[in-house]
Ligand binder design. Structure first.
Ligand SMILES: Cc1ncc(COP(=O)(O)O)c(C=O)c1O
Length: 383
């Protein structure tokens, strides 16, 4: 017999809803991935390097050329100087980077502050490391932070705070005031941060992503994680990276070398070339803002309430005018009777029954967004 190490945890909601989308032939707006292809030039580069024979193990921390390109890009965007040898490690996606970072940092009995709704991979990694999650809820209306509450939860057992901006699922982005509060927490407490910045380049209405790397008080105590999948429309290639100081990087790599060792070689070379200019990341805000606005316009006249997302490729919809029902049940009936699969928000909370929202992903073609919005509008008005 085996004793489950994660007794309270079932299949991820993304897998559940994607399966339901397939079972009921519904439009899948649940899982966060684009339904359009990445740049052909990027595919050509992978092909080029694979044909040239770059098909064996990459170095454990990542291909040097890619780490150099990440270092230069980080300098251009955030003014941070990362030494490719000492500070940057390439990972098999942000999920692996998060798992490895949490495993490297958290010891049995350590308290870890997370903010709910929280991306669903943080909690299991904390639990498997013997850590004690300390969930703090974001404001239910605008998903802002109550910093007095955060400070009141910090004590001598607090080892780690995990943050995510731009935030999945709400799209909330840290403000200068949030960063000032975080800097104060970093200065006054002996703890570490993981900053999940995978949506760093998907920001709207002129907002600018504020990275932990731009604040010395924060970068000194953090592992900052990003993912190429979100920026380059390549979520299926599962590649990301972590930037941290020399001591934290050494600990990260101790774990990394035994749960992954190294990641896909030709793709690393391809990204290294592709990162040389910022054309793609700089085009992303306009690209996704257009999709967000298009979807919101197409949804006009429905009974859903919404506040346009500030960042990420997700939009929350408040369904409480339509039906007073648990969000999972609402998502279930929506996929069966309305023909659209979405993500209920309660799996992002440790306490059930918390949410009045569903999340949709608008990283889709306009054709799909139009049909999905039509179906959502009709369904919302029928009820
Ligand atoms: C907040 C957040 N962190 C991490 C990840 C994982 O990224 P990757 O696909 O690179 O593992 C995701 C993906 O949806 C995410 O939304």
């Amino acid at each position: 017999m085996i004793n489950s190490k994660l007794p309270g945890i079932g299949q991820s909601i993304f897998a559940v809803m994607t399966k339901m989308a397939n079972d009921f032939s519904a439009i899948n707006l649940s899982q966060g991935f684009p339904d359009f292809n990445c740049d052909e030039q990027l595919i050509e580069l992978v092909r080029k390097y694979a044909l040239q024979g770059f098909n064996q193990y990459a170095p454990m921390p990542g291909v040097l050329k890619l780490r150099e390109a990440i270092s230069q890009k980080t300098k251009r965007f955030y003014g941070f100087t990362a030494d490719p040898d000492k500070h940057i490690t390439v990972a098999a996606g942000a999920t692996q980077a998060l798992f490895t970072a949490i495993t490297a940092i958290v010891e049995r009995g350590d308290e870890v502050i997370i903010f709910e709704p929280a991306y669903d991979s943080y909690l299991p990694a904390i639990l498997l490391s013997g850590g004690i999650p300390v969930p703090i809820e974001l404001n239910e209306n605008d998903f802002s932070y109550d910093w007095d509450l955060v400070k009141s939860k910090i004590n001598s057992r607090t080892k780690l705070i995990i943050v995510n901006s731009p935030h999945n699922p709400s799209g909330y982005m840290f403000t200068e005031n949030d960063m000032a509060q975080l800097c104060e927490i970093a200065e006054n407490n002996d703890l570490l941060f993981i900053s999940d910045e995978v949506y760093e380049h998907i920001t709207f209405d002129g907002r600018k992503h504020l990275s932990f790397l731009s604040y010395p008080q924060l970068s000194a105590k953090s592992m900052v994680i990003s993912s190429f999948g979100k920026t380059y429309h390549t979520t299926g290639w599962k590649m990301g990276y972590v930037i941290a100081n020399e001591i934290l990087t050494a600990e990260f790599r101790k774990v990394h070398q035994f749960n992954v060792f190294a990641v896909n070689t030709p793709i690393q070379y391809a990204y290294a070339d592709f990162l040389a200019d910022d054309i793609h990341p700089n085009a992303l805000p306009g690209f996704y803002e257009k999709k967000r606005n298009y979807f919101i316009d197409e949804l006009k006249g429905s009974a859903f309430d919404l506040t346009p997302a500030s960042g990420t490729y997700f939009q929350l919809l408040d369904y409480t005018k339509i039906i007073k029902k648990d969000d999972f049940l609402f998502a279930e009936t929506l996929v069966k009777d309305g023909g659209v699969s979405v993500i209920p928000l309660s799996p992002f909370y440790s306490q059930k029954g918390k949410s009045r929202y569903i999340r949709i992903c608008f990283a889709k073609t306009e054709k799909i967004l139009k049909t999905a919005a039509e179906k959502l509008r009709e369904y919302s008005l029928k009820r």
